[in-house]
Design a binder for this molecule. Structure first.
Ligand code: GLA
Length: 394
C-alpha cells in the first residue's frame, strides 16, 4: 500500500468514526411524544419525588397510559450542584431517593422517564446547567435510565444554538441509551430549519401560560404566551414536521383552571391537529372528570398520533373563524372548525370550496357520532372559543 492510500484510508476511518457519534437516535418519536411534565403545574418549588411518583400512579389509574401517554418528565429544579468530580447531583431534600430510584419506579409502571437540563451555565431557574459537562451529564442520564431529555436555553450568552444542541445530541448518542431529545430554545434560532437532524422535537414558541389569549411583551415568543399566541406561531411551520421531528408549541394547560371547558377542548384539539407533542401539564392525581375525558379522547388523540405525521394547516382564516386540515394515513382527513370569537358561530361548510370531494363519511369526534357525508354542506353551531373536530373517511 502506498502512503497516500494508507493516509486516505486512515482519514476515511476517522470520518466514519466521527460520524458514528454525530447523529441523533433514529426510530424514536415516530409519532409526537405523549406524556406529562412537572413545570406548568408544579414549577420550581412544587416539584419533588412524591409528585413524580403520584403522577406515575395517576397516569396509569386515570386511563391516561391506556390512551397513549408514556413519558413522566421532571422539569427544572431537580438538580442542586455538582460533586467534586463534576457529576450533577439531585437536590437531596426534594429527591432523597435519587434519580435512578425514581426512574426505576416510573419504569415499574410501564412508563418512561424524562428529565431536564439547560445548554447554558445555569438553568432558567438558576440551577446548574450542562455547559461544559455535556458528555458527563449524558452518561449520568443513561445510567439512571432516562428516556427523554428536555434541554433549555437560558444563560447561553455567546453560545451558538446549533452547536450547543449538537454537542448534547452527540453526547447522548455516545452514552448509548436511546433518549428522545427535546430542544427548548423557544424558536429563537428557527430550530425547525436545522433541528430535525439534532433532536426529535423543538419548541416553536415561547412559554405557554394558563391563559387563552394573553400575550407577553415579546408577543409570546419567549415569555408569557398562551393558547392563541402559541397556536398562531405555528403557522407556516407544517412543512418541517414529520415522523421523528416535531414542532412543539409547548406543553398542555388542560385542567390547570385558567381555561373554560370549551377552551380546554379547543386547546387539546388544536394541538392534536398540529401533530404537537401531547405533554400534559396539570396535576394528574387530582383531575375532574371533564379534564380526564378531554385528555383521553382516543379518537382525537388518534389524529395527533397518525403515522403519516403531517402537521395540520389553515385552509380558512377569518378573523374569528378558522379551519385546520390535517391529512391522515389511508386517505382520511381531519378537520378542525375553530371559533376564536366571543359569539356563537353558525358554521356552514361547503366542502367544494376546500376541494374536498362528495364521497366521504363524516364523524364528529367530540360528539362521538356519525355526522353525515361530504355530499352536502356541513352545518354546526359552535360556541365561543370551541371547536368541532371531524374525521372524514373514504
Ligand atoms: C423555560 C422553559 C420552560 C421551563 C422553564 C424552567 O422557561 O421554556 O418550559 O422548562 O424554563 O425553568
Amino acid at each position: 500500500m502506498t502512503n497516500m492510500i494508507r493516509s486516505f484510508l486512515a482519514m476515511m476511518a476517522l470520518l466514519l468514526f466521527q460520524q458514528g457519534f454525530s447523529q441523533k437516535f433514529e426510530q424514536l418519536a415516530l409519532t409526537p411524544p405523549m406524556g406529562w411534565n412537572s413545570w406548568n403545574k408544579f414549577a420550581c418549588d412544587g416539584v419533588n419525588e412524591q409528585v413524580i411518583r403520584k403522577t406515575a400512579d395517576a397516569m396509569v389509574s386515570s386511563g391516561m397510559k391506556d390512551a397513549g401517554y408514556e413519558y413522566v418528565v421532571i422539569d427544572d429544579c431537580w438538580q442542586i450542584g455538582r460533586d467534586s468530580s463534576g457529576n450533577i447531583m439531585p437536590d437531596p431534600k426534594k429527591f432523597p431517593s435519587g434519580i435512578k430510584a425514581l426512574a426505576d419506579y416510573v419504569h415499574s409502571k410501564g412508563l418512561k422517564f424524562g428529565i431536564y437540563t439547560c445548554a447554558g451555565t445555569l438553568t432558567c431557574a438558576g440551577r446548574p446547567g450542562s455547559l461544559g459537562h455535556e458528555y458527563q451529564d449524558a452518561i449520568s442520564y443513561a445510567r439512571w435510565g432516562v428516556d427523554y431529555l428536555k434541554e433549555d436555553w437560558c444563560n447561553t450568552e455567546g453560545q451558538n444554538a446549533q452547536q450547543s444542541y449538537k454537542l448534547m445530541r452527540d453526547a447522548l448518542y455516545k452514552a448509548g441509551r436511546p433518549i428522545v431529545f427535546s430542544l427548548c430554545e423557544w424558536g429563537s434560532n428557527k430550530p425547525w430549519e436545522w433541528a430535525g437532524e439534532v433532536g426529535h422535537l423543538w419548541r416553536s414558541s415561547g412559554d405557554i401560560s394558563d391563559s387563552w389569549s394573553k400575550s407577553g411583551a415579546d408577543d409570546g415568543r419567549i415569555w408569557g404566551g398562551s393558547v392563541l399566541v402559541n397556536l398562531d406561531l405555528q403557522q407556516g411551520l407544517e412543512k418541517y414536521a414529520g415522523p421523528g421531528r416535531w414542532n412543539d408549541p409547548d406543553m398542555l394547560e388542560v385542567g390547570n383552571g385558567g381555561l373554560t371547558t370549551a377552551e380546554n377542548r379547543a386547546h387539546f384539539s388544536l394541538w392534536c391537529v398540529l401533530a404537537a407533542p401531547l405533554i400534559a401539564g396539570n396535576d394528574l392525581s387530582n383531575m375532574s372528570k371533564e379534564t380526564v375525558s378531554t385528555l383521553t379522547n382516543k379518537e382525537v388523540i388518534a389524529l395527533d398520533q397518525d403515522k403519516l405525521g403531517k402537521q395540520g394547516y389553515l385552509i380558512e382564516n377569518e378573523e374569528y373563524f378558522q379551519i385546520y386540515l390535517k391529512p391522515l394515513s389511508g386517505g382520511d382527513t381531519a378537520i378542525c372548525l375553530f371559533n376564536r370569537g366571543d359569539q356563537t358561530k353558525e358554521a356552514n361548510i361547503d366542502w367544494k370550496k376546500y376541494k374536498i370531494g362528495a364521497g366521504h363519511s363524516i364523524r364528529d369526534l367530540w360528539k362521538k357520532q356519525a355526522a353525515g357525508t361530504t355530499a352536502t354542506s356541513f352545518k354546526a353551531s359552535i360556541p365561543k372559543h370551541d371547536v368541532v373536530v371531524l374525521r372524514l373517511s373514504n
